[in-house]
Design a protein around this ligand. Structure first.
Ligand SMILES: C[S@@+](CC[C@H](N)C(=O)[O-])C[C@H]1O[C@@H](n2cnc3c(N)ncnc32)[C@H](O)[C@@H]1O
Length: 240
């Protein structure tokens, strides 16, 4: 069902996202800010970074990043979205695959500096999302980060307030996840951070607790000081 939907809208997808950004409408109003946070962070790296993108779609997310800064493996179940991604980045690898079946076998021995999942978990239940995150951790390089942008609230009161003001959104066939729920269920060896992007969008960053790299001088955190709210499960990072 989901793949049929994205096959139908594939050619329009990028402009639908742009429209939502311009009109600040649902669901992609926060897309640009997620894109900027990620672009700033990736651009600051000295070495070329290896990215695995789950549900990469048209790979629009990387449009402002120099192709020399990254190598991308994009996975998506929708062939028409992937066609656009392949045209955009012909030197990168795109694989048609349903992520609910796990990761493709040939990736088993690979690790990545970034694993990005943007506006995909809104299609998955909490349990499926949690299982997938725990699977993806095995594919992170030593100082790697999992970056999730999605319909995501910091905690239940914020979610309740949103649905109080927007009751019609409760009927949508989408999952609005809770950062606090992930914090409670995630393995202790993982450090989680959250950026509030707008009143229904958040960005969650997951790293191995002993190998965290997201320090205060990090562009992601600097950017946040002027914009999004910030919360982290790592004690040193909640000083602000
Ligand atoms: C809203 S789009 C986001 C695309 C891209 N991540 C972005 O930020 O522009 C969701 C994408 O997730 C893909 N997707 C949904 N369920 C999937 C699954 N089970 N396996 C692989 N891809 C999936 C869809 O085909 C679609 O391209």
């Amino acid at each position: 069902m989901i793949d049929l939907h994205y096959n139908e809208i594939a050619k329009k997808y990028d402009s639908l996202v742009e429209q939502d950004i311009t009109k600040q409408s649902f669901p992609y109003a926060g897309y640009k800010m997620i894109q900027e946070l990620l672009t700033d962070d990736l651009s600051s790296k000295k070495k070329k970074v290896k990215i695995l993108d789950i549900g990469c779609g048209t790979a629009k997310l990387y449009e402002h990043l120099l192709p020399s800064k990254f190598s991308l493996v994009g996975i998506d179940q929708c062939p028409k979205m992937l066609e656009i991604a392949e045209k955009r980045y012909p030197n990168n690898k795109f694989i048609q695959h349903d992520i609910l079946q796990g990761l493709p076998e040939f990736l088993k021995k690979n690790t990545f500096d970034y694993i990005v999942i943007n506006y995909v978990f809104m299609h998955f239940s909490f349990k499926t999302t949690l299982d997938l995150i725990h699977l993806l951790i095995n594919y992170l390089s030593k100082f790697g980060k999992i970056i999730i942008g999605d319909l995501l609230f910091m905690n239940p009161p914020i979610k309740q307030e949103f649905f109080y003001n927007h009751q019609d959104y409760a009927d949508l066939d989408l999952h609005f996840h809770l950062y606090s729920q992930f914090v409670n269920k995630m393995n202790d060896q993982l450090a989680l951070s959250f950026f509030e992007i707008n009143d229904y969008t958040g960005m969650m960053i997951i790293e191995n607790i002993n190998e965290f790299t997201l320090l205060f001088e990090d562009p992601l955190v600097k950017y946040k000081s002027n914009t999004a709210k910030w919360k982290s499960t790592h004690p040193q990072r909640n000083r602000e």
